[in-house]
Design a protein around this ligand. Sequence first.
Ligand code: HEM
Length: 509
Amino acid sequence: MVSGLQWWFSSMCTAFCITFFSFTLLFSLFSLLIFVLRLKVACDCEICQAYLTSSWTKEFHNLCDWFTHLLQQSATGTIHIHVLGNTITANPENVEHILKTRFENYPKGKPFAAILGDLLGKGIFNVDGDSWKFQRKMASLELGSTSIRRHAFDIVNSEIQSRLLPLLSSVSREQRVLDLQDVFRRFSFDNICKFSFGLDPGCLELSLPVSEFAEAFDLASKLSAQRALASSPLIWKLKRALNLGTEKQLKQAIKMVDALAQETINQRREKGFSDSNDLLSRFMGTINDDKYLRDIVVSFLLAGRDTVASGLTSFFWLLSQHPEVESAIREELKRVVKGSSDDRNQQFATFDQLRDMHYLHAALSESLRLFPPIQLDSKFAFEDDILPDSTFVRKGTRVTYHPYAMGRMERVWGPDCLEYKPDRWLKNGRYVPESLFKYPVFQAGKRVCLGKEMALVEMKCVVLAIISRFNIRVLNPNQAPRFAPGLTANVRGGLPILVLENEKIHDLF
Ligand code: HEM
């Protein structure tokens, strides 16, 4: 009797489990179907249809250029991609509102944290609130002082002297084609590791081994960015749960990134961190959790590597179009260092001389205006709001400001907005900064980039070192950079160049 009851009870349990599981699965699939159908039915506006059918690809190479086109056409400088729940703006007043006036209402938000969470974890780029405040405070101590910038200047110059210049000389002798974007990425990877973690990965060694880590990092960043383009997060979440396709690739790439980040932490620990003043050592003094340290390492790699490399790559493409700018920088360098007794075999200008190079600063700012390394940046509205251009923002909407489009808006920069003109930044030969809300290349307001000064010092040193010694010939100068999807702007196919060592230029100094 008892065993009969047991049998009956266990059969009922099994039947219940099967029914419950089937019902849950069917219900989830049904919800997904309804969600997808509703998107298509609910929004048949021209923009959403162009997005869903990808018909925009007939005219534009990438989403950024299409969004820019739409923003240029919009009367307010703001557009809506309803199927993505995304409001995109290129209006400086809106940008000020989002990044400063109502900063508390526009956090990164949970959807952003979910999209980038697997790669960035709880690193500074991916968090709000106390965790963000803590990391920002620690990083500001490291990046804020002039003495630290001088230290960064020394690190950069040592990488230039010991690796970059010998590499370019050897390529010039062998007359072989070099991908300048790849060189800049290796170069900035070495620099950010030396500066932030006090370790030298030697990525820019002459033998140029392909770094598995760098590749994994690129793939992880590309695939994470792609998640944001799915018309529903359910799609990538389901793929992740089932470990399928791009989500499977992403998982593998992140595993590799994790391994290297852990290796970095272990090495730092072995070398000792109590006397070191790099960023990681500073964090290790207060944090014991290796997962949290891993997230910090990854965020700083992302912050300092791809951004600087992207900015330099676009700059050298622009120089190939504007030899007059290159000549003007050489003239300025000659003028600033004239009569100086500093040893120019070690560095091309001193830290203080760099500050006097207003034209160089203008030329870089102008290049970043047209080709910002971070082309767009999103927040999520915490509460309903109205932007200064009267756009209503519903709670939970993704709100994006678009530095790439902003650099190309006639109403922001005037009728010559598409032209590369360093002079627009100069008044009586001196550099005059623009409002950061009009030029949010380094973001603006409370979360403004902490590495801006350091990045500009690094870029200036590289530009001076290269153009005072070499002539760079871009192989396809007429092809404007086309960017691959990713968290930072990478040129598809890189920037193939030939390097000519120019003794005449060298003799000028
Ligand atoms: C040309 C080079 C660079 C550009 C264009 C740039 C741009 C930006 C932008 C747009 C943001 C905001 C990103 C977001 O909130 O999602 C940002 C944040 C940040 N950047 Fe940079 N960056 C550059 C280089 C660097 C370097 C070299 C470092 C560090 C060594 C750095 C450190 C940071 C940090 C720590 C933040 C986070 C600030 C916060 O959330 O409070 N950046 N940067």
